[in-house]
Design a protein around this ligand. Structure first.
Ligand SMILES: Cc1ncc(COP(=O)(O)O)c(C=O)c1O
Length: 269
């Protein structure tokens, strides 16, 4: 059976469904509630998996992985993390959430993507040799789809080289994110619970978020609106993702556009 965070990414939800295991969603990042659910159901199944996003893509908050690891261990569950938004962001030089919390060898499976911070396409699964070998032989979506192209693989390796050479890009990403978030908050915007560079600008209703995004585009800023069903009703937002490639001038340009549109639409005073 699988215990899956309520706000896990759609790809995790689909993966869970493909497994045909019994799936129980637990309240977002609520370790006590998870443990209660495990106590209630674990005994009925031989094997159990706890799966969570590392960094939640819509809110930018971080899974309480050390506590999840304790609970998983206590109840003999496999622990899996999808660190799509933590790789290249969290941990030493962007090594991801497992490194951020020092949980090497404790998390059983880490899934990641090369399509976000790495800027290419493709993904990775890290785990025991046995698991990786099993996935190579039996993972149907992997076995029965085309391999990555050679240029994409070369670009992934080059991105890894850049990250291994220096922490400069990751440091700049965090500097940019801290600056942007602090300035947005000073303007009066609600940037939610984010603990990472993912910066949601909470707007409430979807039509407002869509109008806001369209007006930003007219002002020269591309930032898309996200509404139901990707996020709950009434929690529509614009998701901003500063990167290491943005200059201070870029960020100031964006901040001015946000301020102008925010005042125009009555979001800020
Ligand atoms: C948590 C998470 N996992 C997986 C993915 C999918 O990554 P990819 O586009 O590389 O398949 C995403 C992308 O949005 C994501 O946010």
């Amino acid at each position: 059976m699988i215990f899956s965070d309520q706000l896990n990414h759609a790809s995790i939800i689909d993966g869970c469904r493909l497994s045909r295991a019994k799936i129980i969603a637990y309240p977002h990042n609520d370790v006590d509630a998870l443990e209660d659910l495990i106590k209630e159901h674990r005994g009925n199944y031989r094997r159990a998996l706890v799966v969570t996003d590392g960094v939640f893509s819509m809110d930018g908050d971080i899974a309480p992985l050390p506590q999840l690891a304790e609970v998983a261990k206590r109840h003999n569950c496999i622990l899996m993390v999808d660190d799509a938004h933590g790789e290249g962001v969290l941990g030493r030089g962007g090594r991801g959430i497992v490194d951020h919390f020092g949980l090497h060898g404790i998390v059983d499976i880490e899934v990641g993507t090369l399509s976000k911070a790495f800027g290419v396409v493709g993904g990775v699964v890290a785990g025991s040799k046995r698991l990786v070998e099993w996935l190579r032989q039996r993972g149907r979506p992997f076995l029965f789809s085309s391999a990555m192209t050679v240029p994409d693989v070369a670009a992934c390796l080059a991105a890894l080289d850049l990250l291994e050479e220096s922490t400069e890009l990751v440091d700049r990403l965090w500097e940019n994110a801290r600056y942007f978030k602090a300035e947005m908050q000073a303007l009066g915007f609600d940037t939610g619970q984010s603990e990472t560079p993912i910066t949601p600008v909470m707007l409430g209703e979807a039509p407002l978020a869509q109008t806001f995004s369209r007006r930003l585009f007219e002002e020269g800023v591309f930032a898309t609106a996200i509404g139901y069903p990707t996020v709950p009703r009434g929690a529509a937002r614009i998701r901003v993702m500063p990167s290491a490639a943005h200059t201070k001038e870029d960020l100031d340009f964006a901040l001015q556009a946000f301020a102008k549109v925010g005042r125009e639409l009555g979001v800020i005073g």
